[in-house]
Design a protein around this ligand. Structure first.
Ligand SMILES: Cc1ncc(CN)c(N)n1
Length: 215
């Protein structure tokens, strides 16, 4: 069994909870409160800035030049597409740029993986950012009602072909890294993948609740 097959098996429950989350259900129907969506986008802009840095940092650590090139592409092209999506929705709206606890947790976690863990674990930690979004995009595309949806552009970005190609490459690289490492490291890769997947759920949940700092 490939590393990625077991990785997905380990997060099936989390993925189901993501699909059942009101943020995703209402995004799919188009009924999601625009303020919650804007909260999500504003936090996601902060997230993507850090995500891009981590992707570039992983690229630097990869020995294989093809894999390095792919991660550099992810850091530039893939993130640029997502940032353009934010512009589409937020336009000139003034953004409250104070980072939420969940966003800070998630970005700190991926930075920590890059700074202190192996490159294999760091790659596994960023994989849910690709894979879960693709699965959610595909799921919504396959299940949404035939009607106008104000969030269609978001749905089409993550359910689209271009994103699917990036996701396939990211999974392939993780599988490749896993094959060439120790059993212990493979386990650590799964742990990082599961933790980041939990933070994906938390990220949507925090937007739905428009999370604030408790003190
Ligand atoms: C929090 C989060 N995770 C993943 C993605 C998709 N790259 C995103 N835009 N934001």
């Amino acid at each position: 069994m490939k590393w990625s097959e077991e990785a997905w098996r380990r997060i099936e429950g989390i993925y189901t909870q993501i699909l059942e989350h009101p943020f995703i259900i209402e995004l799919m129907s188009g009924e999601l409160d625009r303020e919650k969506f804007n909260f999500y986008l504003t936090q996601d802009s902060l997230y993507l800035a850090e995500f891009g840095k981590v992707l570039a940092g992983i690229a630097v650590k990869l020995e294989d030049s093809e894999q390095r090139k792919e991660f550099l592409n992810f850091a530039s092209d893939t993130v640029a597409v997502e940032q353009a999506l934010h512009q589409f929705y937020l336009k000139d709206q003034k953004q409250n740029s104070s980072v939420s606890p969940s966003c800070l947790l998630y970005t700190s976690f991926i930075h920590k993986q890059l700074a202190t863990a192996s490159v294999e674990e760091a790659a596994a930690a960023v994989l849910p950012c690709f894979w879960i979004y693709k699965k959610v995009g595909d799921y919504i595309l396959a299940n949404q009602e035939e009607q106008e949806n104000q969030y269609q552009n978001w749905i089409d970005t993550y359910g689209g072909e271009e994103f699917a190609l990036a996701v396939e490459k990211a999974i392939e690289i993780c599988d490749h890294l896993a094959v060439n490492t120790s059993i212990e490291k493979r386990k650590q890769m799964w742990n990082a993948f599961v933790k980041a997947s939990k933070m994906e759920w938390m990220f949507w949940d925090s937007a739905y609740k428009k999370e604030t700092w408790p003190v």
